[in-house]
Design a protein around this ligand. Structure first.
Ligand code: FAD
Length: 291
């Protein structure tokens, strides 16, 4: 169905991220959201993978199902954590044999709120998984980028060095969600100064409820910028007002990023369609319209 690097930037690619459903009810909900999201004609749809390996089969099933149905170009997330090299090799062979062409190679993180520690895998860093994927098949390999620097890194500069090296073994990167276009530019320019100009797709996750700010800080390992947190705080506990402000801020951010010539916008949808559809409508991307 196509390699993502051939689909980026033409004209503006949007992409959506979903997680595999854990129950028949969640499956129904996801299908309803997916029908609406696919009306936006995303360039690709990426499916998350639990670092404990718990969603191994569900991720695989959903990715292969989307591929077989031909509804969207799927990208399978895969993590180093809690896996042997041989297990990862087998998973990649199964994807290759099912015709999957796109893989996001990650280290993995325990889910938010989990008390568990990350179980290390035989491969330590995502770069090793990116290399393994390239050995196994003719995959288009994506990797993660961290706009404020990954929390385990001593500095943004050190993280950028690792990211630049990682991109040497991959085809493009998707960022952790960000709130300021400056953060995107800093990352892109930092890579360019290291001689890396592969596509860097910004990740967008609108704040949709009053609890999102704390949750997103924890996920990224960085505080939400004060100007963003203050606007959300001003809305108090009114969920509708917080959501409205969240969509407005995400729309402005996307407009700035588009003006900056980004190759795409990657929406962390949390398996919900409404906010992504609203932001896209604000950007002039309407459901059902040819793209
Ligand atoms: P790595 O690239 O391995 O980097 C991890 C840390 O090690 C960084 O601090 C890096 O600077 C450092 N490092 C890298 N190489 C070296 C080296 N050679 N020596 C020393 N230090 C080094 N998690 C999941 O569990 N499942 C998912 O489906 C998932 N999807 C994601 C999708 C996107 C778009 C993003 C941005 C993240 C996603 N994550 C997911 C989260 C991700 O697993 C975490 O952010 C994780 O903490 C880091 O992953 P990474 O692939 O960037 O790690």
């Amino acid at each position: 169905m196509g390699k993502i690097t051939d689909l980026l930037g033409r004209p503006l690619a949007i992409s959506i991220e979903l997680w595999p459903p854990r129950s028949p009810k969640a499956e129904e909900h996801l299908e309803a959201a997916l029908v609406e999201l696919l009306e936006l004609r995303p360039a690709f749809t990426s499916i998350t993978y639990g670092a404990g390996g718990s969603t191994r089969d569900r991720t695989h099933e959903l990715v292969v199902q989307l591929q077989a149905e031909g509804r969207t170009v799927p990208m399978a997330h895969l993590v180093c954590a809690a896996h042997t090299r041989a297990e990862l090799h087998d998973i990649l062979v199964r994807y290759r044999d099912a015709g999957i062409e796109n893989v996001l190679a990650l280290r993995g993180d325990v889910p938010l709120g989990s008390e568990e520690e990350l179980t290390p895998g035989e491969l330590t860093y995502a770069i090793e998984l990116a290399r393994l994927a390239k050995e196994v098949g003719d995959f288009c390999v994506a990797v993660a980028a961290h706009p404020g620097g990954h929390p385990d890194s001593a500095s943004l500069e050190e993280d950028l060095d690792h990211l630049a090296r990682k991109l040497g073994s991959a085809d493009f990167a998707i960022t952790q969600f960000l709130f300021r276009s400056d953060d995107y530019r800093r990352l892109r320019d930092g890579l360019a100064s290291r001689g890396v100009t592969k596509p860097l797709v910004p990740g967008i996750q609108p704040i949709t409820n009053p609890r999102s700010v704390a949750r997103m800080s924890e996920m990224s390992g960085h505080p939400v910028p004060p100007e963003v947190a203050d606007r959300v705080a001003a809305a108090g506990d009114d969920p509708a007002e917080v959501r409205k402000i969240g969509v407005e801020m995400a729309t402005s951010l996307c407009e700035e990023l588009v003006a900056d010539g980004v190759p795409g916008l990657h929406f962390y949808t949390m398996n919900q369609s409404a906010a992504t559809i609203e932001i896209c409508a604000n950007l002039g991307i309407r459901p059902g319209a040819p793209r």
